[in-house]
Design a binder for this molecule. Sequence first.
Ligand code: GDP
Length: 200
Amino acid sequence: SKIKEVVFVKSSSRAKDCPKHDRPEFAILGRSNVGKSSLINALVRKKDVALTSKKPGKTKLINHFLVNKSWYFVDLPGYGFAKAPEAARMDWSAFTKGFFLNRDNLVTVLLLVDASVPPQRIDLDCANWLGRNNIPLTFVFTKCDKMKGGKGKRPDENLRDFKQFITENYKQHPPWIMTSSVTGLGRDELLLHMSQLRNY
Ligand code: GDP
């Protein structure tokens, strides 16, 4: 399940411009600052895998990376900042719905959720939208090393609240994996999870 090679393929502004549906793909999605770049770097074990979604002017694109010549990582734009949930929600909807609804090679969405903050409305809305549209989903909790907290709740309490939401909203809850890019927690579990899904 190791990642040996990652090659940028293309950026697309519309779902229909994406690469052919010829390989399994995993879309990675979450709020800005959720720890997406850090997680990808940890998975690939490189310091700085260039995420095109972070480059100015490329923030609204669907970015395909080919991994080990056999499957795609799809980097989607972060969905907005906490201060403008309504605007961000609309923006995200308009942009990505087409992608989610038209990729039959999409194995699962990796929905990144920051465990160091309480559950955020926008994450719950996103999870609900994916659920309603029968799009396979894996919750990937990030920053799980922040157990000491400081202000507010600790990740274990945030996770408890988020999991409660999941169990209330899903008959069969989607898988969830706890990760930290600082300690490496969950790295192997996530890679294994993805390789198992690919082989089904
Ligand atoms: P992105 O905007 O989603 O790509 O987020 P980044 O990967 O750039 O991370 C945003 C911030 O969170 C940075 O300051 C990171 O150092 C921090 N961060 C990311 N992952 C972790 C983690 O696992 N643990 C801790 N403690 N901080 C993290």
